[in-house]
Design a protein around this ligand. Structure first.
Ligand code: NCD
Ligand code: ZN
Length: 354
């Protein structure tokens, strides 16, 4: 495999992050700025407390995000949180007001998912309305059955739920968010072009061995949990391939240090700060350097997702340069801290002159 020589540089269209958690309150302005500094657009997840279930709430949240972004060219793309009580009327309203997608959390599957859907069949009238209005469904694809091991929850979701959902709504665009397994990759690959998946930095870089080395590392704890090396390789293979179905969604999910390091650590990894640079390193390590550019990186970061969502491609560009830089050990958040992915470690790529 050829690695890129030091100081190699190339430009790509400005990336989009199709899955990010901006939170609210103290966290909001720091994490929004980190994303807005580097990405053109980002899909803001709705699992706030209380969840963003109504169009009006999403529009208020959007305004708040824009206010703190400090970058006029950044566009947050908004989502609604699907609950058993969502109405078809709300879907129509969401579409009319430029909401980008609807997020489906099976109740209890992950952080702040208590208000999630208890049985997908209960919201079939909503999926129908979404099909009519062409609003994609973004899926946290894990079963919640406590008898099923964490490692197997994505796989069980595919066969026990996702397959039937696709059969019942073949025209509905659906995204298997944060795909983490070879089963997930294969399932999406074999499905129609209405079905896509986002790939996170952490599922592309780390495995369950990293998570459990020296006891559980809470800063690598997320849902879906990190999987085996063969799963990681399958996700890398998908992301770096020429398939139009796999694109970047960091699932960057910040939690204050005290919530990560206490008992019952919150699930979620904060990766947005260096996500683009990390994706570049992943592509390089996967052998994608062709002497001029990292092959398919621009497609993965900047064009496939936009195409799937029917959004225009970004006109601005960023330049990546192979120059190592250190990731900060932490960021201050009120009187707590936020610990980023790879805190204190080096990353091989930088973005030139933002
Ligand atoms: C996310 C969060 O913290 O909001 N956590 C996570 O582990 N990914 C929720 C989610 O996307 O599952
Ligand atoms: Zn998420």
């Amino acid at each position: 495999m050829t690695l890129a020589p030091e100081n190699s540089r190339f430009s790509i269209k400005k990336p989009d992050d199709f899955h990010v958690h901006f939170r609210d309150g103290e966290m909001l302005s720091l994490v929004v700025k980190h994303t807005a500094d580097k990405f053109a657009r980002a899909i803001a997840m709705p699992n706030l407390i209380p969840p963003v279930t109504l169009t009006e709430q999403a529009l208020d949240y959007k305004e708040k995000i824009i206010k703190v972004a400090g970058n006029n060219s950044f566009t947050p793309l908004m989502t609604l949180y699907l609950t058993d009580r969502t109405t078809p009327e709300e879907i129509r309203k969401a579409k009319e007001n430029g909401i980008t997608a609807i997020k489906y959390y099976p109740a209890g599957a992950t952080t702040n998912s208590d208000s999630g859907v208890t049985d997908i069949k209960k919201v079939y009238s909503i999926l129908e309305a979404m099909t009519i209005h062409n609003l994609p469904l973004l899926i946290h694809g894990e079963v919640t059955d406590p008898d099923i091991a964490e490692q197997d929850r994505e796989k069980y979701f595919l066969e026990n739920h996702f397959r039937e959902m696709i059969k019942d709504f073949p025209e509905l665009k659906m995204v298997l968010e944060h795909v983490s397994t070879k089963d997930g990759v294969d399932f999406v690959t074999q499905s129609s072009d209405k079905i896509a998946a986002t790939c996170t930095v952490h599922h592309l870089m780390f495995t369950k061995e990293d998570l459990y080395r020296n006891g559980l590392n809470p800063h690598l704890f997320c849902k879906p949990v990190l999987k085996s090396e063969s799963d990681r390789q399958a996700v890398v293979q998908a992301a770096t391939s020429s398939s139009s179905k796999f694109f970047a969604g960091t699932d960057s999910a910040p939690h204050p240090r005290r919530k990560k390091e206490g008992d019952n650590p919150s699930a979620g990894i904060y990766s947005a700060y260096m996500a683009i640079e990390c994706y570049a390193q992943i592509f390089e390590e996967a052998g994608m350097w062709n002497g001029e550019t990292l092959e398919n990186l621009e497609n993965f970061l900047s064009t496939r997702g936009a195409r799937f969502y029917g959004l225009p491609e970004n006109q601005e560009v960023i330049t990546l340069i192979k120059q190592p830089q250190a990731i900060p050990a932490s960021f201050p958040i009120g009187n707590d801290q936020l610990i980023p992915l790879k805190a204190g470690k080096e990353i091989q790529w930088s973005i030139d002159a933002i």
